[in-house]
Design a protein around this ligand. Structure first.
Ligand SMILES: CC(C)(COP(=O)(O)OP(=O)(O)OC[C@H]1O[C@@H](n2cnc3c(N)ncnc32)[C@H](O)[C@@H]1OP(=O)(O)O)[C@@H](O)C(=O)NCCC(=O)NCCS
Length: 138
């Protein structure tokens, strides 16, 4: 469901087909119980050249009491593509309202964190053709 909503949100924003590049920070704050009404709220938080961060907030509602709970939040990175599945530019997002500006700033922080995580998680380049240079030492 989350991926479908991310697709709908990003493709409508870009007026293009989009593909899912990544999903991160899927935070299950509370369980969703069988029989509850689930609403997914999505927004494009930030745009790069061809990529978009889509934030999704999931709200569950107990049918009898109408009590609502924020149960899940997550962030997808979607990339707009052409007919050959090559990335194509998307319209740059111009945040306007305070909420849009807050989401934009938070998305920029997450983008920097993703880059930092990728940098730290990637193995160091081998200095020569010898596999010993990749050995993990505690
Ligand atoms: C998404 C995809 C089209 C990107 O192709 P690519 O050759 O890496 O294209 P680019 O280098 O131009 O990158 C496109 C965008 O993705 C971002 N990107 C690509 N790889 C990335 C990575 N590992 N981490 C973060 N961002 C990445 C680039 O920063 C760029 O963003 P920008 O245009 O906003 O600056 C390609 O990786 C792909 O087709 N992936 C499979 C997608 C798919 O099938 N998803 C469904 C899975 S079931």
């Amino acid at each position: 469901m989350l991926d479908q909503v991310a697709y709908a949100c990003a493709s409508r924003y870009a007026s293009r087909y989009v593909v899912t590049l990544s999903v991160d920070q899927v935070m299950f704050r509370q369980p969703v119980h069988v029989g509850e009404l689930v609403t997914l709220l999505a927004a494009v938080n930030h745009t790069g050249t061809s990529s978009m961060e889509v934030g999704i907030k999931v709200v569950a509602q107990e049918i009898r009491s109408h009590q609502q709970r924020h149960v899940n939040s997550c962030f997808f990175t979607m990339v707009a593509v052409d007919d050959e599945r090559k990335p194509v530019p998307v319209p740059p997002l111009r945040p306007f309202t305070p909420d849009e500006k807050r989401r934009y700033a938070a998305a920029l922080t997450r983008k920097a964190l993703r880059q930092e995580f990728a940098r730290r998680a990637s193995p160091p380049p081998a200095r020569d053709g010898n596999c010993r240079s990749l050995a993990l030492v505690p």
